[in-house]
Design a protein around this ligand. Structure first.
Ligand SMILES: NC(=O)c1ccc[n+]([C@@H]2O[C@H](COP(=O)([O-])OP(=O)(O)OC[C@H]3O[C@@H](n4cnc5c(N)ncnc54)[C@H](O)[C@@H]3O)[C@@H](O)[C@H]2O)c1
Length: 435
């Protein structure tokens, strides 16, 4: 394919050289003529292992470089935007380079036969393709996106210093596009590379890039805080983290990685609290670990807000224990949710067959009847009973009984799903907490 790449920075120059090595005809574009001259000479404008050798191999053959936007657009079928998206002083994303390059590409598209694809490779927040890139291209080209030209998002995952190896071994290739034909054309550029090609809506693709970086930052900060708190106990945090990473079922896995409701139970809150308290006693600040409990409280408040946004006063809570399949109510976020609802005068009923059983027979009987009589008195014996009572049904955790009850919930009711009970619920009154 004939490709133009706008922005010869770390991302643009590496992917230009790698596309050129794969046999595509590539034109690198930058406003900085020194970078263009360097690339023309086959010299790397940035420090990146392996890049000088690669540029020496492809420059002047499958890789050309220019400052002329019109020429680059005319001579290519697909344009990648890899300009910088730095921070503004207030932390917001500075999209001025993206806007500028879209204006230039748009003008160049005026005189070009239809069919060009513009792909945003720079890291941009969800909605940027649809709300900035696409309208800017349309207004400067006078053409219609989706008909006369096409747009896509294709975020970059390479790391400086291992950029060429990362290009050749992507964890996955993410393409955000509204039409399959455009996605397929972009995907074809990576034919034969490892990793799954995943096509999503543009906003999801944009969000995936931010989520990866936020996750990587969390991992670094988390490991540093664990290392620091381990040290006050005289423990080497490196040994601890080495072992942590061996657990591929709970620790380094997709477990606990689905958006849903707050954590609770007899362990997580207690143990995070103990660790951060002991660190505080030793004047060790652990802002990330410390913020976990605040974050959890904030999430409970969001759940409450979601329920309170509805005018309904009669609420049914499906599930009270801290998770499915247990009667354990210790630090259950649903107990807190229920208490706050009662406190605000809502007419609440609760269904939880495990807690109901424990109230009658189990070891928790005393706790349930004496410590939370205000909630245990609201327990009902069946899902039909709670559905008859409630205008809003709140699903706490993923229980097969709740799942099979979904089709029987009448259309006039509201369902607030705190857990992601199942994908694609069709009920008209359905609302999820994070989706
Ligand atoms: N650096 C990384 O490791 C990395 C990794 C993944 C994603 N990203 C993202 O990729 C994007 C690019 O990052 P980078 O580090 O390569 O940026 P960079 O600052 O190194 O390079 C950006 C280049 O764009 C050029 N430019 C600006 N306006 C232009 C225009 N109108 N036309 C042509 N060129 C223009 C600049 O002169 C500069 O050479 C950013 O959104 C960044 O967040 C970076």
């Amino acid at each position: 394919m004939k490709i133009s790449v706008f922005g010869m920075g770390y991302v643009g120059v590496v992917c230009s050289a790698c596309f050129a090595r794969r046999g595509h005809q590539v034109i690198g574009v930058d406003i900085n003529s020194d970078k263009i001259e360097a690339i023309r000479r086959g010299e790397a404008p940035i420090v990146e292992p392996g890049l000088p050798e690669l540029l020496a191999e492809v420059a002047g053959k499958t890789l050309q470089a220019t400052t002329d936007v019109g020429e680059a657009v005319r001579q290519s079928d697909i344009s990648f935007i890899a300009v910088g998206t730095p921070s503004k002083s207030n932390g917001d994303l500075d999209l001025s380079h993206v806007r500028g390059v879209c204006e230039q590409i748009g003008l160049a598209l005026r005189d070009k036969a239809d069919g060009h694809i513009v792909v945003i490779r720079s890291t941009v927040l969800p909605g940027t393709l649809r709300n900035l890139v696409l309208p800017t291209l349309e207004s400067f080209s006078g053409k219609v996106a989706g008909r006369q030209f096409h747009v896509a998002v294709n975020p970059e995952f390479l790391r400086e210093c291992t950029a060429i190896r990362d290009f050749d071994n992507p964890p996955f290739t993410i393409i955000g596009a509204d039409d399959d034909a455009t996605a397929l054309r972009v995907a074809s550029l990576y034919d034969g590379l490892p990793g799954e090609v995943i096509v999503k809506a543009p906003e999801i693709a944009e969000m995936i890039k931010y989520t990866c970086n936020a996750w990587h930052a969390t991992k670094v900060a988390f490991s540093n805080e664990i290392g620091s708190v381990a040290k006050i106990f005289g423990v080497d945090g490196r040994e601890v983290m080495d072992v942590i990473c061996k657990d591929k079922s709970l620790n380094v896995s997709s477990y606990y990685m689905r958006p849903g409701f707050a954590f609770g139970g007899s362990c997580l809150p207690k143990d995070v609290r103990a660790l951060t308290y002991r660190a505080m006693q030793r004047d060790l600040q652990l802002p990330l670990l410390y913020s976990m409990l605040n974050s959890n409280q904030e999430h409970i408040r969001r759940g409450l807000d979601l329920i309170m946004q509805k005018p309904a006063r009669r609420i049914g809570l499906l599930g009270l224990s801290f998770k499915s399949g247990t009667d354990d109510l210790r630090e259950s976020p649903f107990v807190e949710l229920g208490e706050r609802l009662i406190g605000k005068g809502y007419d609440l009923r609760i269904y939880d067959r495990n807690v109901e059983h424990a109230r009658m027979h189990g070891a928790n009987r005393e706790y349930i009847n004496n410590r939370i009589p205000h909630l245990s008195n609201l327990l009902v014996g069946s899902l039909d009973e709670i559905s008859d009572h409630a205008e809003t049904l709140v699903i706490s955790y993923p229980d097969p009984e709740f799942r099979s009850f979904l089709p029987r919930i009448p259309e006039g009711k509201t369902i607030i799903d705190l857990t992601g009970i199942e994908a694609g619920v069709q009920h008209p009154g359905y609302q999820g907490i994070c989706w």
